[in-house]
Ligand binder design. Structure first.
Ligand SMILES: *Cc1c(COP(=O)(O)O)cnc(C)c1O
Length: 460
């Protein structure tokens, strides 16, 4: 095997957690009890847990040591100052507001930066991000390039913003009716697809002409930086840190879920350069999160996040991370299983439209595929299709995303290539009797972010 293609883990294992597999019969029983929603399974019943890469990271020995350095003062914790310094150094923003996780930052930003009726263009949507934008009167508009909606098109930087779509939106509604551009690096729901530096630069140039702000969803900015180093001309010799720093030089601020690229289990933050906006964010953070020096995170967790961020930009770490994900994708492609191509930074997305051509989108093929994969193998994944997309706020109709997918999300530093072999074998086996996957219907549909707690039953 080419070691550079799939490098070995750049760490050795110091603590282990036993996993066990329950019988197929038991898996079928608990999946039914969970209403065919993998979010409602007990973790104890799961063998390999690829539900999400959010908060499922394994921390390093240095991070655990940092946990002991927690300064749990209600105000002015030294851990906040360390975290603030690290973020300022890596991201380059002036101001940092900690929040309990990413959506806490989205809540604050949406409240202070959106006036009701303003448009909020973004490169595809994310569930919680769009929810907060709409809750604050924003009108979400998808301006990602068309190719991102097509699972089968293998092009680099599939997460890029289509500048013509952005220009058309400005022409139609005027710059004053655009709250800000929300640019995600990488684009989770497009399959973890990266955005090129050139695209970020061009978005900055265009928005500067009109005085429109740009806020990044920075959640997977380190994975994005790796793709730039690997695939964008002129970046091969730059460090990951330099690339991350340049990335944010084209933004007015960002929201961050610490639970992904920061290599911790909880936390998040909001950054900006504008002092007035910062003051508004500080006024609100005390209402929703806590003092501006902890924002809902324990001191020890801020310290671990500070160390995690520094580890995340180490080349050996991020190279292994992205290539380990690609390893799973390569195995599935070789077996003819339809996935979103190219493989993204944090997950492999099964293309449920091609996996289950016998089901219509209204029969929730991705939801059902995720349930079947668990019953088949004990592997937990997540629906990212029509169920996740929810309903249009005004018409009550389902949003109908072109991408109907099941996400196999790889936690950071948690599983080995052998685990991914097990996952690949399970998916390939299921693909061989895919006609057995049945359609589902709702028995309980929550009004907001329904995918988290909805329940289903088989249609026949
Ligand atoms: C996870 C995620 C968020 C929200 O962050 P939480 O920490 O889960 O609240 C926002 N955007 C993207 C792209 C995410 O993946």
């Amino acid at each position: 095997m080419n070691l550079n293609k799939y490098p070995a883990e750049p760490y050795r294992i110091k603590t282990v957690e036993t996993v066990k597999m329950i019988s197929r019969e038991e898996r079928a029983k608990v999946m039914k009890e969970a209403g065919y929603n993998t979010f409602l399974l007990n973790s104890e019943d799961v063998y390999i847990d690829l539900l999400t890469d959010s908060g499922t990271n394994a921390m390093s020995d240095k991070q655990w040591a940092a946990m002991m350095m927690g300064d749990e003062a209600y105000a002015g914790s030294r851990n906040f100052h360390n975290l603030e310094k690290t973020i300022q150094d890596i991201f380059g923003f002036k101001y940092v507001v900690p929040t309990h996780q990413g959506r806490g930052a989205e809540n604050l930003l949406s409240q202070i930066a959106i006036k009701p009726g303003q448009h909020v263009p973004g490169n595809m949507y994310f569930t919680t991000t769009r929810y907060h934008q709409e809750r604050n009167g924003g009108i979400f508009v998808d301006i990602i390039r068309d190719e991102a909606h097509d699972a089968g098109i293998d092009v680099p930087f599939k997460g890029n913003i289509d500048l013509n779509k952005l220009q058309a939106l400005i022409d139609e509604h005027g710059a004053d009716n655009i709250a800000y551009v929300c640019l995600a690096v990488t684009v989770n729901l497009a399959g973890g697809q990266p955005v090129s530096m050139q695209n970020m630069r061009e978005v900055r140039e265009l928005t500067n002409k009109y005085g429109i702000k740009v806020f990044y969803d920075a959640t997977r900015c380190v994975e994005n930086a790796y793709f730039i180093k690997e695939q964008e001309e002129g970046y091969a010799d730059k460090t990951i840190k330099e690339i991350v720093r340049e990335t944010f030089s084209y933004a007015d601020g960002c929201t961050m879920s610490g639970k992904k690229d920061c290599l911790v289990n909880i936390g998040g933050f909001l950054c900006m350069n504008d002092e007035d906006l910062f003051n508004e964010a500080k006024e609100l953070v005390v209402v929703y999160e806590g003092m501006p020096s902890y924002g809902g995170i324990a001191g020890r967790d801020m310290e671990a996040m500070s160390v995690g961020l520094q580890e995340s930009i180490q080349y050996e770490y991020i190279e292994h991370r992205v290539k380990q994900v690609r390893y799973l994708g390569d195995k599935l492609i070789a077996a003819g299983v339809p996935i979103i191509e190219p493989s993204g930074g944090h997950a492999i997305f099964l293309d449920a439209r091609r996996f289950c051509p016998h089901l219509t989108q209204d029969q929730f093929p991705a939801q059902s595929l995720a349930a079947s994969l668990f019953v088949e193998s004990g592997v937990r994944s997540m629906e990212r299709g029509i169920v996740s997309a929810g309903r249009n706020k005004d018409t009550g109709e389902h949003h109908r995303p072109k991408l109907e997918t099941v996400r196999l999300t790889i936690p950071r530093r948690v599983y080995t290539y052998s685990h991914l072999d097990v996952v690949a074998d399970a998916v390939i086996k299921l693909y061989q009797h895919k006609e057995d996957i049945k359609g589902l219907r709702f028995v309980y549909e929550p009004k907001q972010l329904r995918f988290f707690t909805a329940r289903f039953e088989y249609i026949d």
